[in-house]
Design a binder for this molecule. Sequence first.
Ligand SMILES: Nc1ncnc2c1ncn2[C@@H]1O[C@H](COP(=O)(O)OP(=O)(O)OP(=O)(O)O)[C@@H](O)[C@H]1O
Length: 653
Amino acid sequence: MPNDLLSGTPEPQDYDASSIEVLEGLEPVRKRPGMYIGGTDERALHHLVAEVLDNSMDEAVAGHANRIEVELHADYAVTIRDNGRGIPVDPHPKFPDKSALEVILCTLHAGGKFSGKAYQTSGGLHGVGVSVVNALSDRLTVEVARNRELFAQEFSRGIPQGPVAKLGATANRRGTSVTFHADDQIFGHHRFKPARLFKMVRSKAYLFSGVEIRWKSAIDDGETPTEATFHFPGGLADYLTETLGNSATYTDAPFAGKVEFQPRFGVPGSVEWAITWSPARDGFIQSYCNTVPTPEGGTHEAGFWAAILKGIRAYGELVGNKKAGNINRDDLTSGGCALVSCFIAEPEFVGQTKDRLATTEAARLVEASVRDHFDNWLAANTKAAGSILDFLVLRAEERLRRRAEKETARKSATKRLRLPGKLVDCSTSAREGTELFIVEGDSAGGSAKMGRDRKTQALLPLRGKILNVLGAASSKLGQNAEISDLCQALGVGMGTKFNIEDLRYEKIIIMTDADVDGAHIASLLMTFFFSQMRPLIDKGHLYLACPPLFRLTQGARRVYCLDEAERDAWLEKGLGGKGKIDVSRFKGLGEMDAKDLKETTMDPASRKLIRVSIDDEVPGETGDLVERLMGKKPELRFQYIQENARFVEELDV
Ligand SMILES: Nc1ncnc2c1ncn2[C@@H]1O[C@H](COP(=O)(O)OP(=O)(O)OP(=O)(O)O)[C@@H](O)[C@H]1O
């Protein structure tokens, strides 16, 4: 370690084993609630209800419950009750002095959904949900009925207020009831909103037709019913129709269905969906996996859209509508109103709040299931299919027109731009397919100017070497004429002002002589792009041209060689002509005539380009290396040379 890193730093006194804390039980949840419920705001607060309700839904989907009640009390406590099997209350085999109930409520990662034995396609996965709710509630009571006997246990901020108590006989044969009051210390002034809970509860009922959910609220917000019963045998199709209300749609009834698909981990899964298109709506999709809403979508959504997109394009082809090929996913989603709900074993979500489904297989399973049905549906509903197709083709055309308009706007903006005088621009104004050659010296610029394709290839000749940006203060960069010409020609700013959208060319090609000076100029340019316009490299816009080193001529035959090895190979093989082979070495690009330069270095049909990319095996590695080699500190460069000199020697042998 260099000495200067140690000197001046006081010896650490207060960082020893005693500073390493181990949070026990539910403490981590109260310390960092965001990690478990994504924050402490209103959304997180409502997520508490989702966690408990999901457990009751899991019981219902597993076939053990058919009724759930959700009640919002006047003091903003919430009760969620189901007639499922009841959380086990017997002593836990691993912790014989505690009941399973207490273990579940007070331990993270305790649950019955890990192995798929007690539940098959559950929304619960991590064994975290209800214990998190417990930790974040100032009071929580669980009542469990098993064989007509009632048990109860109370908690406060995750701590049991006594053991499980046997309360005697009950009229309910079995079931679980959880009542909790969210802790103000965590959620501050946020309170449950009846409307939000009502919507959540109702959507759950739509997702699983085998359950009846009762809603009751002691708080009347003037809009939300204070009592309701939800049971929707019509599933998602009904849900969609209800959500759309009186909005006009292109279908009489949504395209909807339910399919069981191949088992995953031995458990069959299923997908249910409903979609229609409405000229009056913006379009939306609500997706769910095992009844858990996935507002950020994920693989099931991707699979669904893929099926619809492929289906509609194929249908367009079938009916001879060539424009159907232009439809893309944005067109589908902008007018499509869709609901997708899948059930799969052991789904993988992103995060505990399960906002996005990550199970890769879901994409394939959903796509295959929906695609088949969609093809049949389109064929059987030609009127609706025709209207949807027309609507989507129109959407695609609008999108393309908007893009063209944007392009024209860019074109005129470009015209208004003050372009550097020495830039030889191309005539196409759209970015696609255009190239900017950054060339060394004016003479090379001459042949390049004649050898280029005027339509797509632009040139910017640089005089001499550009500034080494790593050695320069940032204020100096803007003042440097070559650098500011370069930025103007590219249409972009430097550093934080860089915006890839403004880039005027698709490929930026550094074309320097195949000699040491050329290599130096290329590395200065690459350092500049790396430090000031990094996304340009990351997105694959930067290239190096590979001009040849040798030209071999024999009579009328001509061959260009990139390096010595290629030259020697040709000399040995011969060019197939008569007489002596004449070898000339290009000293620089300026020596090549326009034809040579075009053929060997510029013409996309015959040239070779190297794409500049960053391949960090260790993150930040390239940045460190650039700093060492091009940075301000000569000692780092010297050290690098010392460390690598042997390697260079070996390479030379
Ligand atoms: N209403 C219920 N009826 C029956 N068992 C329940 C009920 N609620 C919870 N359980 C049991 O308690 C376990 C733990 O629940 P918890 O909510 O902590 O996690 P989970 O549902 O397994 O997973 P996740 O953390 O993903 O929600 C469940 O796996 C289940 O075995």
